[in-house]
Design a protein around this ligand. Structure first.
Ligand SMILES: *[C@@H]1O[C@H](CO)[C@@H](O)[C@H](O)[C@H]1NC(C)=O
Ligand SMILES: *[C@@H]1O[C@H](CO)[C@@H](O)[C@H](O)[C@H]1NC(C)=O
Ligand SMILES: *[C@@H]1O[C@H](CO)[C@@H](O)[C@H](O)[C@H]1NC(C)=O
Ligand SMILES: *[C@@H]1O[C@H](CO)[C@@H](O)[C@H](O)[C@H]1NC(C)=O
Ligand SMILES: *[C@@H]1O[C@H](CO)[C@@H](O)[C@H](O)[C@H]1NC(C)=O
Length: 950
């Protein structure tokens, strides 16, 4: 009896507890589902603590409940969760928002149970690792408006049932591995043609195929963005696309579309039209009526060859025009270049001919005109265009002419990096996120970054205090990406709710400035906890488990070590296959530190040698930028197939290069000799060539001290080649495009690849195979046919003069050496003439310490005969002395000083210092202080900053 009473009491207590739990807190069905999910997911927010069984009452982060204690929103965006999406999710039947985006390690199949969430309005699972088919049950989500499964690993075909999602506005299945045809109601009973409320069809980057039938689209549709690019669609482009009056972006590029492009005159709102890389035929599309077009790309199709289309001058809003290899010929109209918003014109690989005359009303935003590989014979450019923005390589006017060494013919404009640049971290615990823009209208994102920054900054700032760092743009060769970094303000790090509610740009409530087009975001894992303390905690809890795991690992490690040892053997003997060609190439090269790369690895590092990764080209072949698996950036010099160089020479070259190590020489990382390919792999030098910086292409203005330092660095590298390399090496092609600048503006000499070994016995060895570049060549060489170390000195002298003049050695039919000498020979005040040839940037920045001595030295280097020129060692010492005598320590500069001061600095420009120059007998004996002080500027940096502060 007593026993019975106790039991009854207990039961009452339990029931009471249970009922209180149910009434005041989470609905038990929802609670059970979330608790079960918690078990399957790691890295859930700390509020999802094991102690809590009440998600609504205990306010689990990312969970929102309604008045009936039902869970209505589950948002765990960017938590770096691991696990799978189990059927439990199907119990949360009142859910209207499910957003688990940016959890790269959340994988497994997309459970059909999601089809039970019939209240769902937002289903957002972007950038996870979901695999398997899209379950047809998702067609039951009758309330769904926002449906995004992009950037997963989904396979199979698109289920026709999705045609029943009649409220869907946003459909994004892009960047998966979907196959098959687009489902449509006529053939499949249901299909995407029924989505009459949809504004977005984002199906790009899949393996979809087959034709797109006419009845996929009709005038009842509301589509704004149709992204079908990068699939395998074939057949003709349906003309019915042309009747959707709302259409703004149409991307059909990189498919197998054939036939003629249908007339689409009614698309008066279309901003972006991309048809490139298809097999379209027939006449060139007439785009005259599409008056809103801003970005057009018709490249690489098989249109009937034609003259320049008349619509080139009709599209008043055009910003970006890309038509590579489309068979157009004739002369480009001046009016094209006066279109008011024009930024990028890329018309390479066509038959354009005659004189390129861009007129004198060039759009002020125009910053790229790429007409490489056409038939242009001459060029008229007015001062309103920056020469540096013109690319004309591969036209008759660049071949065998004075122009061949000038910027338009050698231009390798720096485009956006193709891998995520390492962000310059500006705070502890920043939140990092990448916005991917799928079809911006503009050509040059840099102009629009400030607007994007302020727009984002205010949107994010309204949600949580943060400091938004610099935006970093890059591209994967497909879409534009912008890396954003938000720093916490007044707190050490963001908490869960800030990340979940403020940085989840997934629901498209954030509107970027116009022209950026459709986007989505990926977040990077955020450090919600201090790594150390977490590690300690885990250590305590799981110590014993670790012991077991550790023992297992030791076993695994031993096995792997053995495997690795085996692999290492093959690595240290990279020439196991060296003799496998038919050529007689002797023994394998003897290497000091260079590594042998597999062709496959280099292919991967350059995206299969895509053109966008090409950073330079010459007679020998092409140089590519690449990124190794470990993140190291490299520059790959790939010889043309069947180039002259034999295997034996290649071997000699790598043996030689692998011996040369100096901080001012570009280092050889390795090579590849496989399948007829000959490649040299160098370290990648981030800041481009000296000529780019000098000609202002990089937006950098080099001040005088930096130029001295660059001269010193590169002289150091050359002196090493001449005097310390064993055997000594003559560079043979010293020029400003062969001097590279790294992130700290340290100069490194490149391309001594085909250098000549100086024979031990004789200094002035005869060389028959001259490689040098016009404008830098030692005049003595023409007479004596002898190439010596002093020939390098001559070329280096030309580079030193370029540091003063900032122009190519031959410009406007003038030769830099003669121009400087003539200017100095002018009778009256000697430096007066020099002013006209000097780089205006130097005059503006002032502070020309040691300038006369430098000039004297440069002129000595370009003396007519070798013995009158100093040695590279002497040059190094002289520059060091110039720097020391003027209180500069080589190697102690702040990089920030390298960048241009803003335009307000103009008013502080020194009075021209040379006009009052002393009248002493030679200009070089003149009191050097005149250069430094007569303008009132003891040093460029100090004075400019001081002035700016006042
Ligand atoms: C467009 O197509 C849908 C589905 O195929 C159909 O329901 C609708 O009536 C069509 N509208 C027009 C104007 O043809
Ligand atoms: C796309 O089509 C091409 C040509 O028919 C074929 O070679 C390729 O394998 C297809 N790709 C996919 C992913 O189906
Ligand atoms: C284009 O629009 C006009 C007026 O809105 C309409 O009359 C015409 O039928 C449309 N043309 C096509 C091809 O849909
Ligand atoms: C292109 O279309 C416009 C307007 O429809 C027309 O005036 C022009 O003649 C067409 N151009 C060509 C080359 O057919
Ligand atoms: C972030 O998620 C919350 C909860 O789902 C939602 O209310 C909010 O609108 C989202 N923010 C953005 C910018 O999409």
């Amino acid at each position: 009896m007593a026993k019975g009473r106790h039991f009854f009491l207990l039961l009452v207590l339990c029931l009471f507890a249970e009922s209180r739990f149910a009434a005041a807190t989470t609905n038990p069905q929802d609670a059970a589902a979330l608790i079960s999910l918690r078990k399957k997911w790691s890295n859930v927010p700390s509020s999802w603590s094991k102690k809590s069984n009440d998600p609504c009452g205990d306010k689990w982060d990312g969970v929102i409940c309604n008045g009936n204690s039902r869970v209505t929103s589950l948002n765990l965006f960017g938590m770096d969760m691991r696990g799978t999406l189990s059927d439990d999710i199907g119990s949360l039947t009142e859910l209207t928002v499910l957003d688990l985006s940016s959890n790269k390690n959340l994988g497994g199949p997309l459970t059909p149970a999601i089809g039970k969430l019939i209240q769902l309005i937002h289903l957002v699972l972007i950038g996870c690792s979901l695999s398997g088919n899209i379950p047809s049950e998702l067609g039951n989500l009758a309330q769904l408006e926002f449906f995004a499964l992009n950037s997963n690993k989904l396979t199979g075909s698109i289920p026709p049932s999705l045609g029943k999602l009649s409220k869907v506005k946003w459909l994004d299945l892009a960047d998966n591995q979907l196959t098959g045809r687009l489902p449509n109601s006529r053939e499949n009973g249901a299909g995407l043609d029924q989505l009459l409320n949809a504004e977005h069809f984002h199906l790009n980057q899949n393996f979809l195929e087959g034709s797109v039938p006419e009845y996929m689209f009709n005038s009842s549709m509301q589509l704004k963005h149709i992204l079908l690019d990068r699939n395998n669609f074939s057949g003709s482009i349906p003309a019915s696309i042309g009747v959707i009056p709302t259409l703004e972006v149409l991307r059909l590029n990189n498919n197998l579309f054939t036939g003629q492009f249908p007339a689409m005159k009614n698309l008066t709102k279309l901003h972006v039209l991309m048809l490139s890389n298809n097999q379209l035929r027939g006449p060139m599309p007439n785009l005259t009526e599409l008056g809103s077009l801003e970005n057009v790309d018709l490249s690489n199709n098989s249109f009937t060859p034609s003259g320049v289309p008349s619509w080139f001058t009709d599209l008043q809003k055009l910003m970006t025009l890309t038509m590579q290899s489309v068979g157009i010929s004739g002369k480009l109209p001046q009016e094209l270049f006066s279109l008011p918003s024009l930024q990028h014109v890329v018309l390479s690989d066509n038959q354009l001919d005659g004189t390129l005359d861009m007129g004198n009303n060039i759009s002020k935003d125009l910053d790229l005109v790429d007409i490489r590989n056409n038939k242009i014979t001459s060029v008229t450019v007015y001062s309103t265009l920056n020469y540096a923005n013109l690319k004309l390589e591969g036209n008759p006017l660049c071949i065998d002419s004075l122009l061949s060494d000038t910027t338009p013919c050698t231009n390798t404009l720096t485009e956006l990096p193709t891998t995520r640049p390492s962000t310059n971290i500006q705070c502890a615990n920043p939140f990092l996120e990448t916005i991917v823009f799928r079809s911006p209208s503009f050509g040059d994102v840099k102009k629009y970054l400030p607007e994007l920054h302020s727009n984002l900054s205010s949107t994010l700032g309204n949600c949580t205090p943060n400091h938004l760092g610099d935006l970093v743009p890059y591209t994967d060769d497909v879409y534009l990406k912008v890396e954003i970094m938000a720093c916490p303000v007044n707190q050490k790090r963001f908490n869960y709710s800030q990340v979940l509610n403020c940085f989840n740009l997934t629901l498209q409530t954030y509107k970027p400035p116009e022209n950026f087009g459709p986007y989505f975001v990926h977040s990077h894992p955020y450090p919600f906890h201090d790594k150390v303390s977490r590690a300690v905690l885990i250590g305590v809890v799981t110590g014993s488990v670790l012991l077991v795991v550790g023992l297992t690992l030791i076993g695994v490690y031993a096995v792997r070590q053995r495997k690795r040892a085996r692999k290492l053997v093959t690595l240290t003997d990279p020439f196991a296959s060296w003799g496998s060609t038919t050529e007689d190439i002797g023994e394998a090269p003897k290497l000091k530190s260079a590594r042998c790369f597999a062709l496959e690895e280099l292919k991967m590092s350059t995206n299969d040698f895509r053109e966008i990764n090409a950073i330079g080209a010459g007679g020998y072949g092409t140089v590519y930028r690449g990124k190794l698996m470990d993140g190291q950036l490299i520059a790959i010099k790939r010889s043309k197939q069947g180039s002259m160089q034999g295997g034996l020479e290649f071997k000699t070259e790598i043996e030689l290069l692998s011996r040369v190590h100096h901080k001012n020489l570009v280092g050889l990382v390795g090579f590849c000799f496989e399948k007829g390919e000959r490649m040299l792999v160098y370290e990648f030098i981030s800041n481009g060539t000296l000529s780019e910086s000098l000609y202002g292409i990089k937006g950098v203005q080099l001040d005088w001290i930096t130029r001295l330092k660059i001269a010193l660095d590169s002289a150091g590298g050359l002196a090493y080649l001449h005097d310390h390399a064993n055997p000594p090496i003559i560079h043979r092609d010293v020029k400003s495009t062969n001097i590279l600048l790294d992130a700290k503006m340290t100069a490194k000499v490149a391309d001594f690849g085909l250098s000549l070994l100086v024979s031990d016995s004789e200094e002035g060895e005869l060389c028959t195979n001259v490689k040098g570049t016009l404008g830098y060549l030692d005049p003595e060489y023409y007479m004596t046919q002898q190439l010596t170390a002093k020939s390098d000195v001559y070329s280096f002298g030309v580079v030193l003069l370029q540091l003063v003049v900032a122009k190519p050695p031959i410009y406007e039919k003038k030769y830099i050496v003669r121009e400087v000498k003539t200017a100095l020979d002018m009778e009256d005040s000697m430096y007066c003439g020099l002013k006209d040839v000097m780089d205006p940037v130097l005059l503006k920045l002032g502070g020309l310490q040691g300038f006369p001595r430098f000039l004297q030295m440069a002129l000595q280097c370009v003396e007519e005969v070798g013995p009158d020129r100093p040695s590279m060692n002497n040059i190094v010492r002289e520059i060091e002395m110039i720097m020391q005598d003027h209180g500069m320590t080589p190697g102690s500069m702040s990089p920030s000083s390298l960048f241009s001061v803003d335009s307000t600095a103009k008013k502080f420009a020194p009075r021209y210092p040379y006009t009052n120059a002393s009248t002493s007998s030679t200009a070089f004996e003149m009191d050097s202080r005149a250069f430094e002080y007569s303008g009132g500027f003891p040093s460029s940096r100090g004075s400019l900053q001081n002035n700016r502060n006042t």
